[in-house]
Ligand binder design. Structure first.
Ligand code: ADE
Length: 318
């Protein structure tokens, strides 16, 4: 009973019934409908496997979650958040789409978009740093995806280069919504129910990855849309500098640096990008550059937005 089966993901198949009539049969996909291949990634509670739909030959990434482990570690809530959030974010090319979910006795299965080129972090590590043109392209796609999720009332809360995947065209796909927050929902359960005004634009306490955590989360235990834009500022910095702005030998010291806004730019950091980062890495979330101003910042001059951004050819990495 722990794993609800509402809004089950299905496919439709044409069949001829016993009276010779053609009928549409709604088929729920299951483990048997896929060929499973190599491991794409491993988390604490899940493994992501390459998979091919036996009928359509379409390729997917299937996240396999161990039910017993999730219950034992009290992570059921996060699994439900991930599913509910992904089910809200189905119309954007920059977000990993959830196609089907199913389960067997042992596991839950999330059938997701395949992002063949892995994590942005891996690509960055191989390159060292990105030039301005590459940084502009990848951060524009990340920002466009953040804009969409914010418009749909979702705060990601753990944006970082590991959670930015790249598909076969080197286009961005944001993943890992297990710690997201749906605005306007009861923060205790992250699902429907009565709420007061204070809950509408705030998120309950949660700390993501140390280096990208916003200062307001550390001081007020509160995340808002602007918290994702802080993380976005950290990512812009990291692509150009090759390392995140706030990094220390342990989490406590990293947090100290964040709340003290203790970071510097390396020599040669492009001045216009520096101006953007300085307007994003602002301690007061209310004073951080808002979405529309970021898109209009000089760093994104000549950058196209909207549908055309997703038709743009990825610049060659150099
Ligand atoms: N690793 C985790 N999620 C993935 C995905 N959707 N595609 C490829 N690799 C992944």
């Amino acid at each position: 009973e722990e794993w609800k089966e509402k809004g089950a993901a299905v496919g439709i198949r044409q069949e001829v019934d016993t009276n010779g009539r053609t009928v549409q049969r709604i088929m729920k996909k299951g483990v048997k409908d896929f060929n499973f291949g190599r491991t794409l990634g491993e988390g604490s509670y899940s493994t992501v496997l390459h998979a091919t739909d036996r009928q359509t030959l379409r390729e997917y990434a299937i996240k396999v979650l161990d039910k017993r482990h999730i219950i034992k570690e009290k992570k059921v809530k996060y699994v439900n958040i991930e599913k509910d959030t992904l089910n809200r974010l189905t119309e954007h090319p920059g977000i990993v789409r959830l196609y089907y979910t199913f389960q067997d006795e042992r596991s839950l299965y999330f059938v997701l978009d395949l992002a063949n080129n892995g994590e942005l972090l891996g690509v960055l590590k191989k390159m060292g740093t990105f030039d301005e043109e590459c940084t502009r392209f990848y951060t524009a796609q990340i920002l466009d995806a953040i804009d969409y999720m914010h418009q749909r009332g979702v705060i990601h809360r753990d944006l970082k280069p590991e959670n930015v995947l790249l598909d076969s065209h080197m286009h961005v796909k944001i993943t890992d919504f297990g710690t997201a927050k749906i605005l306007g929902l009861n923060p205790k359960t992250n699902s429907g129910g009565p709420l007061d005004g204070s809950e509408l634009d705030r998120a309950n306490s949660f700390v993501g990855t140390a280096e990208y955590v916003s200062p307001e989360l550390l001081t007020d235990k509160n995340a808002c849309k602007a918290s994702d834009l802080w993380a976005f500022g950290c990512i812009v910095y990291q692509l150009l500098a090759g390392r995140p702005p706030f990094k220390a030998s342990n989490e406590y010291q990293t947090f100290q640096k964040i709340v003290g806004l203790d970071y510097t730019f390396p020599d040669g950091f492009p001045p216009i990008a520096r101006d953007l980062v300085e307007r994003l890495l602002v301690l007061d979330p209310a004073k951080r550059l808002p979405m529309e101003h970021i898109k209009n910042h000089e760093f994104f001059d000549n950058q196209i937005w909207g549908k055309a951004l997703w038709k743009q050819k990825a610049p060659r990495l150099k």
